[in-house]
Design a protein around this ligand. Structure first.
Ligand code: 4AD
Ligand code: MG
Length: 463
């Protein structure tokens, strides 16, 4: 049987006295002929435990392979520490080296590395302080998301990853096929015969679980999905991934105002949860990455988000006297620079923009009586831009079918979806929160590749 270990997060709260055993990876080593100190980290916390070796008990030879990155089991007495950084430390009595890490080859030596370099060794970067913090926070946020919805009585609905429909209608889908790409079966007209593909039709990885989520909401009342989504858009920006995680609640009987209230409450809950439960990790990121981080997080919890229409937003931008790279006029899809002007310069707080032109939004959004705009709501955040996209859904069958035609989509493919409007339709709404965009905000990181363990972006699918 493997010997039990005390996790460092628990050990650092224990009073001195008694024997403990820890297992973890060496961060640093220093000392002299008579005494050696190592800092050991086991991933349970940003903090290391200090291990003190009396060189009358240990030989130099025994300690030679104990270098940065090596993995150890150490047993010893928990004693009061003379150092200022911790109250207890371990006086080593016995040690086993599980694995060494050749200093000439191990890439994570003591000095700070650039984020670009760490991305190239993404398989090792969880061993750094920064990425340890980020992935613990990522976990805490995933847990908080389930807790929030569970406490409200929402049902977690698993929507499919492989799908035959394009929810956002943007055509940015990754195809899923088992056909022989060198010699696919062809029909009489020369086009690929997908009836002979694995599913008997053309399929892709989903861009959103919303359409299936709506089916759930129209039976269970309030549901959410939380899973990976995929977009084959060639966007090489610090805010886009080809594989990202999205949280999509969908609620029967909510109009767009109820939807905005939920979204604002949800984000504030998550930020507050992080402040209350991830304090040591946030403090580290605040010191090392972004000195304004904690202040910004606290600020969001206390401020009411501004709500205004797209049209009002355009008026502010055109009246701003500012020159933008992409000129502003009614009807344009807002660029990051426009969103950030509204949030960071004009209002200086999060903004919810509503009622966008229907041409730039998806087919399922509810049309306003003006015939030009739809009941969309995007939440824009400082430093991030769009963090949430959502809407009230078109519940009227005829209007929805007309919208599908106007957008040159096939209504046959969506017949199952239209059944919700044929049978017991109801007003309903929902939104999608990009999990990694949320994590950018919570951690203060600036590149979305650094808040997901294994980023997938154009021309890159390492590890
Ligand atoms: O605005 P989007 O495209 O909305 C939907 O997919 C709706 N079906 C959601 C719904 O109403 N249920 O995406 C929602 C959010 C965006 O606001 C953004 O935070 C994130 O998903 N997102 C991305 N995050 C990382 N990389 C990408 N390529 C992203 N595309 C969207
Ligand atoms: Mg959007």
């Amino acid at each position: 049987m493997t010997e039990s270990r005390t996790k460092i997060i628990d050990l650092l709260k224990m009073p001195a006295g008694g024997t403990v055993q820890v297992k973890g990876w060496v961060r640093t080593k220093r000392g002299n002929k008579s005494i050696v100190f190592i800092a050991l980290n086991d991933g349970s916390t940003i903090h290391n435990v200090q291990i003190v070796y009396d060189m009358n008990v240990f030989s130099e030879e025994e300690l030679r392979p104990v270098t940065t990155g090596a993995c150890l089991r150490v047993r010893g007495e928990l004693v009061p520490s003379l150092g200022t950084e911790q109250s207890v430390e371990i006086r080593a009595e016995e040690m086993e080296i599980y694995g060494t890490a050749d200093p000439a080859a191990y890439p994570l030596q003591k000095k700070g590395h650039s984020m670009e370099f760490l991305r190239e060794i993404a398989h090792l970067r969880p061993r750094t302080n920064t990425f340890g913090c980020i992935f613990r926070i990522r976990h805490a946020m995933a847990y908080a998301i389930h807790k929030y919805f569970n406490d409200k009585g929402f049902v977690y609905l698993h929507t499919p990853i492989i799908t035959a429909s394009d929810c956002e209608g943007a055509g940015a889908m990754f195809q899923v096929t088992t056909l022989d790409l060198k010699d696919p079966p062809k029909g009489k007209d020369g086009s690929v015969d997908f009836s002979r593909d694995f599913f008997g039709r053309q399929t892709s990885l989903t861009v959103s679980g919303q359409l299936e989520g709506e089916l759930g909401a129209m039976a269970l009342g309030e549901i959410y999905t939380f899973g990976p989504t995929f977009r084959a858009e060639n966007s090489n920006t610090p805010r886009h991934l080809a594989e990202f995680w999205m949280i999509e609640p969908e609620m029967a009987f909510y109009d767009i105002h109820d939807n905005m209230d939920l979204a604002e409450d949800f984000i504030k809950y998550l930020v507050r949860y992080a402040l209350e439960n991830c304090a040591p990790d946030l403090q580290f990121l605040n010191n090392m990455i972004d000195k304004e981080l904690i202040k910004r997080l606290e600020g969001v919890c206390d401020t009411q988000f501004v709500r205004l229409s797209y049209t009002e937003g355009i008026d502010i931008l055109t009246g701003s006297g500012q020159t933008f790279e992409y000129p502003v006029s009614w009807g344009i899809d807002l660029q990051s620079e426009h969103e950030r002007y509204l949030v960071e310069k004009h209002f200086k707080r999060p903004v919810i923009l509503t009622d966008y032109p229907k041409e730039i939004k998806a087919f399922y959004m509810k049309e306003n009586p003006d015939g030009k705009t739809v009941r969309a709501m995007d939440i824009l955040f400082p430093k991030i831009g769009e963090i949430i996209g959502g809407s009230q859904r078109e519940e009227d069958l005829e209007t929805l079918v007309r919208r599908i035609r106007e957008m040159n989509m096939s209504a046959e493919n969506l017949d199952w979806y239209l059944d919700t409007r044929r049978f017991g339709t109801a007003p309903h709404s929902g939104f999608g929160l990009g999990f990694e965009r949320l994590l950018l905000f919570i951690t203060g990181m600036t590149n979305i590749r650094d808040v997901i363990p294994f980023p997938r972006t154009p021309k890159s699918a390492e590890f």
